[in-house]
Design a protein around this ligand. Structure first.
Ligand code: LP5
Ligand code: MN
Length: 257
């Protein structure tokens, strides 16, 4: 398991921000969050779906204005607090070029965080949605290095179009899936607790923030789920983050003016 030693002090985590050209209010809220994290956190971890769709790191070489602004915000934060980026199901193509450009490090999958509260297992969370067979097939396809090389060999407009098509098909498919199918599978979670030996796990992806207390082989375990962000189309606007310090874990809701 990939251990990640973190600096002493509060660890801040946020996922599923889904930044993109069509969500300026979410981006503004996230940029404010980055400043607050730089002021107060000892480390900032973003475990996946920071972007609505990431089609390859080469987009940063001629970044559109919304992306250039997001990158400046990440870079400014990373200059003040160690920043870690993890891949999600929409930005699994994030790589070394992006990380280096903003001064971040890529998170291992999963990561075993060494925090003031003990070891915490961190991942995006989509790998635990094993009942969603259509998604797991899609995941296996796009995580294949050969598929990725072929996709990245296409030009940017073509990749953007494919990403848009995939988002459309995903949204349509999700309408006919049950809430249970799109949530994590209890056996996959049990297995993750057993394999890692930890008592605490954090993930995002399901957009169902909360804390679940479980009994795993007589051990009291906690699964914490990060919230998603939407300050453009959701009413009321939503978003939030999680803090780990020596007292434990706590979810904070975004306060939108
Ligand atoms: O993302 P979200 O929360 O809406 O839904 C996810 C699962 N969907 C996905 C697909 C992504 O949203 C697509 C965007 C990726 C952009 C990256 C750029 C690379 C381009 C890739 C081009 C192929 O992850 C969804 C889960 C849900 O979480 C809950 O867990 O259910 O899974 C699906 O929707 C999978 C579908 O059931 C089947 C696959 C649809 C996509 C088909 C792609 C075909 C595109 C055309 C290629 C020629
Ligand atoms: Mn996700």
């Amino acid at each position: 398991m990939n251990k990640l030693a973190l600096p002493r002090g509060p660890v801040w985590l946020a996922s599923d921000v889904h930044l993109g050209p069509a969500t300026p209010a979410t981006q503004e809220a996230f940029l404010g969050f980055l400043e607050a994290a730089a002021d107060e956190a000892a480390a900032l971890l973003l475990p996946g779906d920071l972007f609505d769709a990431w089609i390859g790191d080469d987009v940063i070489r001629a970044a559109p204005p919304w992306l250039a602004q997001a990158l400046r915000g990440l870079q400014a934060a990373a200059a003040r607090v160690p920043l870690y980026l993890g891949r999600g199901n929409r930005d699994f193509l994030m790589g070394a070029e992006l990380a280096q450009a903003v001064g971040a490090q890529l998170l291992p999958e999963p990561a075993l965080l060494q925090t003031a509260y003990g070891q915490v297992l961190l991942s995006h969370g989509d790998e635990y949605c094993t009942d969603d067979q259509a998604y797991q097939q899609f995941r296996a396809m796009v995580r294949n290095p050969q598929w990725q090389a072929e996709f990245l060999s296409r030009n940017i407009p073509e990749r953007l179009q494919l990403a848009q098509q995939a988002r459309g098909e995903s949204m349509a498919a999700n309408q006919s899936k049950s809430m249970e199918i799109m949530d994590v599978n209890p056996d996959a979670i049990t297995q993750a607790f057993r394999n890692s030996g930890v008592h605490v796990m954090v993930h995002g992806h399901t957009h169902r923030p909360g804390r679940h207390v479980l009994d795993i082989d007589g051990r009291r375990c906690e699964r914490w789920v990060l919230p998603d962000w939407d300050c453009d189309h959701a009413q009321p606007p939503r978003g939030g983050w999680l803090v780990i310090d020596e007292d434990g874990l706590q979810i904070f809701d975004l306060e939108v003016a």
